[in-house]
Design a protein around this ligand. Structure first.
Ligand code: ZN
Length: 285
């Protein structure tokens, strides 16, 4: 039984200075690629679902994939709702069988963010569901949430400390300069801010906007306390590019099963590369 929430895997990751990969999936095939990659590398893993994907397939279908794919693997697999502003969707996910949720009230004033996050924690804790919250605003586009560069702002360390002290979070996402989507130019990561925040709270930190960061940036962020690294854009690109590539290489073949198999292999390989890189390979026990 490998249905798990994020709590233990992230505590161990932060203490061991590695990170658990959190990979956004789109369908059964990509879900299977992520779980199989983690299982083959004996790594804990987080499967992330965006609100858009929840709305496409429905709660019960996604939970049925989760149970079917994760129940019989040895490694812990958490299923996490990515960036969600809607309390009703969060509540439905908790009831349906998600083991982890993210409340993203980062666009609200600080007090309001705390209030909404606290409300979600109360709802989640009784169901043994872990919670991630965000402070500051991470730039770029994630799902239907668009944060223009001029509106993105970094997390204030004093507020971060208070936020984590007041609310019992399993994961905290402070905005430190990373962005969702594809980076235009060199990302400006505020490592000092990350270091200060990590020094003020033991809560495992999440690094959003992982796609396109250099290996040095990853290494540094993980060594400074990032225990969860989100990878979404990279897998979206692999998902579509592999389809196109297969069809271009075999223009007269119309066997969808072969295309899906190629897509699965590509996604699995990219997930594995990330897991190896984050240092969570072999940490599945
Ligand atoms: Zn994010």
């Amino acid at each position: 039984m490998a249905i798990a929430n994020m709590t233990d895997m992230l505590i161990k990751a932060r203490a061991g200075k590695y990170a658990v990969g959190a990979f956004n999936i789109l369908d059964y095939n990509s879900f299977k690629a992520v779980v199989d990659a983690a299982s083959e590398l004996n790594a804990p893993v987080i499967v992330q679902i965006s609100v858009k994907t929840v709305k496409l397939w429905g709660y019960d279908a996604i939970v049925s994939w989760y149970r079917q794919l994760s129940e019989n693997v040895k490694v812990p697999v958490a299923m996490h709702l990515d960036h969600c502003k809607d309390i009703d969707v969060i509540e439905n996910c908790i009831k349906a069988g998600w083991t982890s949720v993210m409340i993203d009230a980062s666009s609200k004033p600080f007090e309001e963010n705390m209030k909404l996050t606290r409300q979600v924690v109360e709802m989640a804790t009784s169901a043994n569901v872990s919670v991630e919250a965000e402070l500051g605003e991470i730039g770029g586009v994630e799902d239907d949430i668009v944060v223009a560069e001029e509106n993105a702002h970094l997390a204030d360390p004093a507020k971060a400390e208070l936020f984590c002290q007041e609310i019992d979070l399993q994961c905290f996402a402070p905005a430190i300069g990373t962005a969702h989507g594809v980076y235009k130019g060199e990302p400006k990561i505020d490592f000092d801010r990350l270091k200060t925040i990590a020094g003020r709270t033991p809560v495992p930190l999440a690094l959003h906007g992982g796609t396109g960061l250099s290996s040095d940036v990853f290494r540094k962020c993980i060594s400074l306390g990032c225990a969860k690294v989100n990878i979404s854009t990279q897998l979206k690109h692999a998902f579509i590019n592999e389809f196109v590539k297969y069809h271009q290489a075999h223009p007269n073949e119309y066997e969808p099963v072969k295309v899906l198999a190629a897509q699965y292999e590509q996604l699995k390989q990219e997930v594995k590369e990330n897991i190896e890189f984050f240092g969570s390979s072999g940490k599945g026990e």
